[in-house]
Write a protein that binds this ligand. Structure first.
Ligand SMILES: Nc1nc2c(c(=O)[nH]1)N[C@H]1C(S)=C(S)[C@@H](COP(=O)(O)OP(=O)(O)OC[C@H]3O[C@@H](n4cnc5c(=O)[nH]c(N)nc54)[C@H](O)[C@@H]3O)O[C@H]1N2
Ligand SMILES: Nc1nc2c(c(=O)[nH]1)N[C@H]1C(S)=C(S)[C@@H](COP(=O)(O)OP(=O)(O)OC[C@H]3O[C@@H](n4cnc5c(=O)[nH]c(N)nc54)[C@H](O)[C@@H]3O)O[C@H]1N2
Ligand code: SF4
Ligand SMILES: [Mo]
Length: 912
């Protein structure tokens, strides 16, 4: 049994890999003590090597590691010789292990001599980092996970923890059940987290600074400021209170779009509760005033001295498994390693000596959005992207893509092909979770080991090794000579303690001297952990001692600057996460059980807004912004504020015709942190007419070819029609790329791939229809093609059989009732169809029941919303526990409990 850590969120749960292949919760790990969420529980399903990158490629052709790494080293060298060190860059990730990250940062900042290494943490944690630095003098999370259990009031700001940090949320709900912890959620949407709260404040997007300024003024007016503590341990409180404005609840409520009564209840709760913790996440960070939001929150804790004591303090939850580790090594362009600072000459001197760095970069590098602008402008000519998928996840995705295609040299290291890897001159196959060896740090500063328990497929190798190899090949053999991640970790730990003597809180010097066996055996441990420490790190700053020159924290004035500009558009586009997907879906998109909760990307908007715009439930809606356009299915809910629309960040060109929402997201950034505002893009909505409906099932092949032409000149009749279609692009005027004809989403199912199709133009007819069907079905040469068509009723049904086995099938109909149910046809894909069964197949009747089940709520036991509703009604079940006894739903990982509660509430209160 191998003990390792979950590769998803920053909760950092421990998991064990059993010899039988099962992945289970680690009962001994302090982050989760036996709990897992739906994503963690499905980890074993994602260990499928069939789609992996297994060999280095140069120009799309297989190559040796030696050639691929040699080429990267040569391209970087040559580019630096010609254009200087700032003409090259790395773009890395909070999913790199600390060891990967340390080596990359050392290579770029110490040896290449440029600050141009930035990370996807710029899109994620940068505002928290900047806010911490401004307030505390260092990027520190003062609290620990036990605070979630010891607080009397937990305020969640812009955090959907029920879905995004599920195990911490479960710990919170357990504490609520045990001791009555009050929970307040500040989120424009009524999320699953809000469902489980005592109070939900649906504040309008971008208004958090106004709310926390109002709270600071209220605390001041109510005499809740801790005079003694603030005098000893803070500076600038007076200025912060002045900038917060008058104590005027009406005005605050108006700015936030809230009822004044709700605001007052919240302020009173905060004021009178000593043990209060404020948790915040991307609703705070991903904003053009994200750093101010952080400081406005921190100010309220500093003013009351509620920090670093049990159950008290601001708590920034980290997103990625190693968001915190990346900050320890200085992975952001404006950080140096080990929390050292660019503007501190002593730090720079110490780092130069420690690394024996020939060319420590004199200045910070470009932050993600500017970095890709510099690529587009030709200023960066060699770029290496590792463990992140910027062609989807950066705002203005199309601009990122054109920058990548214009860049003279791009290397990409990933485990799977992605929308980014298609732009790479060199693709490097990375070892993935389960194969890699190293460390990660979670939200509470706890370092855990990731240990390998399976061999990497083919020639896949870990990222630290790739960076070290390139460092050696660029001429720095001694500095990049490590032979194991353990050796890299020891150097990282030694640097943290180097000439530190309490100057920097981040110090893990105690781990610098361990041998390889100690590294292998390392138990989860929290920093700070300076040399000689006898116990792990705990809460920080209860008695001040901030890492600033005078030891005092800074209260930063955060004047309210108004709400996000709508730029002539009627709506704001808010983007974020769904429960069972992880980012760009390279792993969670492999697990059918994780697809069932939210099988396709939806644009959620208020029913009244939809009615005003003529947008029908479940119809397609076009979202147009100044950056681009996407088409999504409309999901109408009262959980959404009017004037705001929410869409998930996960779907890519590999999963949907419309590609990533990033196409439409603005690249406006916070001026301090450089973090883009991915939750407030001005957007216009319009209905999209549907002309036909379709269902396509295929056993093989993933995304549909965007550029396959579905319409071609009608004159020729070529047996290789699909080939002819693709090559005759110039000879006809009515050619259309597939996404122009039909909107599609791909849903991996147990038997293959299911595509939901929605016609954007009239359904093709005649030969065009035949070509269209062939493009979609992509029949292998020796296949049987059987079809039933009813042109008058606008219906086509085709099945492709290979040796009697159903390889693919397509159902098209002008009217949705002309389609079979997915539940009926999915199980028969890949099964043998007897001759007698063909008619039945074309009639769209499989052997499974034809009941539509609604979304799957419980991923662990595959229980649908309708089944829960049905059981609740027929058996008069009133609690989650009763549902669990009857259906097992909610009894394993518990991620679905807030949704089961919501269903139970609906059942008891029929809509009037
Ligand atoms: N299931 C799942 N879990 C994940 C991830 C995943 O991909 N999938 N990714 C991980 C990562 S890297 C991260 S960073 C975290 C993110 O975790 P969260 O930050 O919790 O997730 P998001 O859905 O991005 O955004 C949280 C909420 O912010 C709200 N919001 C938007 N604008 C505002 C605003 O102006 N003010 C306030 N108060 N709220 C606002 C949104 O409505 C949304 O509900 O999740 C981690 N966990
Ligand atoms: N519109 C919008 N955009 C957003 C956000 C949002 O809320 N809204 N959230 C932002 C946030 S908080 C984040 S964190 C980012 C996430 O965005 P990304 O980082 O782009 O998302 P991932 O899909 O996690 O990409 C990680 C890639 O690394 C690969 N990979 C996994 N493990 C390894 C490994 O060990 N080595 C290597 N070399 N590759 C590996 C995966 O296959 C995947 O392709 O998205 C940001 N973008
Ligand atoms: S909460 Fe879920 S996704 Fe996050 S680390 Fe734990 S098991 Fe993994
Ligand atoms: Mo993130």
């Amino acid at each position: 049994m191998i003990h390792t850590a979950c590769p998803y969120c920053g909760v950092g749960c421990g998991v064990v890999a059993r010899p039988d292949g099962a992945i289970a919760a680690d009962i001994a790990h302090p982050a989760n003590r036996g709990r897992l969420c739906s994503k963690g529980a499905a980890l074993a399903q994602t260990l499928d090597d069939s789609g992996r990158l297994t060999q280095p490629q140069i120009g799309g052709k297989p190559a040796s590691w030696d050639d691929a790494l040699g080429l990267i080293a040569a391209k970087f060298r040559r580019t630096i010789e010609r254009h200087g060190p700032d003409s090259v860059a790395f773009y890395v990730s909070g999913q790199c292990l600390t060891e990967d990250y340390y080596v990359a940062n050392k290579l770029m900042k110490g040896f290449i001599g440029s600050g141009n290494i930035d990370t996807n943490s710029r899109l994620c944690m940068a505002s928290s980092v900047a806010g911490h630095n401004r307030a505390f003098g260092e990027d520190i999370v003062p609290g620990v996970y036990e605070d979630w259990e010891e607080a009397d009031l937990v305020v969640l700001v812009g955090s959907n923890a029920a879905w995004c940090h599920p195990v911490l949320h479960q710990r919170l709900l357990a504490a609520k059940a045990a001791r009555g912890t009050k929970i307040v959620v500040l989120d424009p949407r009524r999320t699953a987290t809000a469902e489980a709260a005592d109070l939900h404040l649906p504040l309008t997007i971008g208004s958090d600074v106004a709310l926390f300024n109002g709270l600071l003024a209220f605390l001041h007016a109510a005499g809740r400021v801790d005079r003694d503590w603030t005098a000893r341990h803070t500076a600038g409180l007076g200025a912060a209170i002045a900038a917060a404005g008058p104590d005027d609840i009406e005005e605050t409520a108006a700015r936030c779009g809230l009822d004044p009564e709700l605001v007052e209840i919240f302020f009173e709760m905060f004021a009178r509760t000593e043990r209060v913790m404020t948790v915040y996440s991307q609703g705070v960070n991903q904003s053009s005033v994200g750093t101010d939001k952080v400081n406005a929150i921190v100010n309220c804790h500093l003013a009351t001295g509620r920090i670093g004591r049990p159950g008290m303090g601001p708590f920034s939850v980290t997103g990625q498994p190693n968001a915190m580790g990346g900050r320890e090594v200085g992975g952001l362009a404006n950080q140096l390693a080990a929390h050292m600072k660019f503007d501190d000459p002593a730090d720079r001197d110490a780092l130069t000596r420690f690394w024996q760095a020939p060319a420590l970069t004199p200045k910070p590098g470009l932050k993600a959005v500017e970095l890709f602008e510099a690529v587009a402008a030709g200023k960066i000519q060699a770029l290496w992207i590792v463990a992140t998928n910027p062609a989807d996840s950066l705002p203005r995705a199309d601009r990122v893509r054109s920058a990548l295609s214009a860049c003279p040299f791009v290397a990409v290291s990933d485990c799977w092909p992605t929308d980014t890897s298609v732009y790479a001159d060199v693709v490097l196959p990375a070892a993935a979770w389960g194969e890699k060896d190293g460390t990660v740090t979670n939200s509470e500063r706890r370092i855990s080991r990731q240990r390998p328990f399976r061999p990497a497929p083919g020639e896949a190798r870990p990222d630290w090794w790739m960076f070290a190899e390139v460092g050696r090949r660029m001429g720095w053999e001694a500095a990049f000579a490590w032979e194991s991640p353990a050796a890299v970790f020891r150097e990282h730990a030694a640097l943290s303690g180097f000439e530190n003597a309490g100057r920097r809180v981040f110090d893990i010097g105690a781990l610098a001297d361990g041998d390889d066996a100690a590294y292998d055996a390392m138990q989860p441990v929290r920093w700070p952990l300076p040399a000689g420490a006898t116990q792990e790190g705990g809460r920080l700053f209860a008695e001040g001692g901030f890492p600033t020159p005078d030891g005092k924290a800074r209260c930063v004035p955060t004047p309210f600057q108004g709400l996000p500009d709508r730029g002539g558009h009627g709506f704001l586009l808010n983007t974020g996460r769904v429960r069972d997907q992880w980012h760009t879906m390279t792993r969670t998109g492999l697990a059918p059980s994780l697809m069932a909760h939210t099988p396709e990307p939806l644009a959620t908007l208020h029913p009244a807004d939809a009615a005003a715009l003529g947008i029908e439930p479940n119809a397609l809606v076009r979202l147009s912004t100044d950056e681009g356009e996407v088409v999504l299915r409309a999901d109408l809910r009262h959980t959404q504020r009017r004037g705001e629309v929410f869409a998930p960040m996960h779907w890519t060109d590999l999963f949907a015709s419309t590609g990533p929402i990033g196409r439409a997201v603005s690249a406006r950034v916070d001026p301090v942190s450089g973090q883009p505002e991915t939750k407030a893009t001005p957007v216009s909505l319009s209905p999209v007419a549907t002309h036909f409906h379709g269902l396509l099932l295929r056993r093989s092949g993933l995304a549909l070819n965007r550029d396959a032409f579905a319409f071609a000149p009608v004159s020729q009749s070529n047996p290789l029609l699909d080939r002819a279609i693709q090559t005759s692009a110039d000879s006809a005027s009515d050619h259309r790329a597939l996404p122009d004809i039909c909107h599609w989403v791909r849903v991996p199912v147990d038997t293959g791939q299911l595509f939901r199709l929605t016609g954007l133009r009239a359904m093709p007819t005649g030969d065009d229809l035949d070509r269209f069907a062939r493009v979609l079905l992509d029949p292998p040469p020796a296949a049987d093609w059987i079809e039933a068509a009813d042109p008058a009723r606008g219906m086509l049904r085709v099945a492709i059989l290979v040796d009697g086995v159903l390889e693919a099938c397509l159902f098209l109909a002008r009217n949705p009732v002309g389609l079979p149910s997915e539940a009926a046809v999915v199980p028969i894909l890949g099964t043998a169809i007897p001759d007698a069964g063909r008619a039945r197949l074309l009639a769209g009747r499989g052997d499974a029941g034809t009941m539509s089940e609604g979304p799957r709520i419980c991923a662990c036991f595959a229980v649908s919303r309708d089944a829960i509703r049905h059981a609740a009604v027929t058996h008069r079940l009133r609690s989650v526990a009763e549902i669990g006894v009857r259906l097992r739903a909610g009894t394993n990982c518990g991620s679905c409990i807030p949704e089961i509660e919501e269903i139970l509430r609906d059942v008891r209160m029929p809509a009037s």
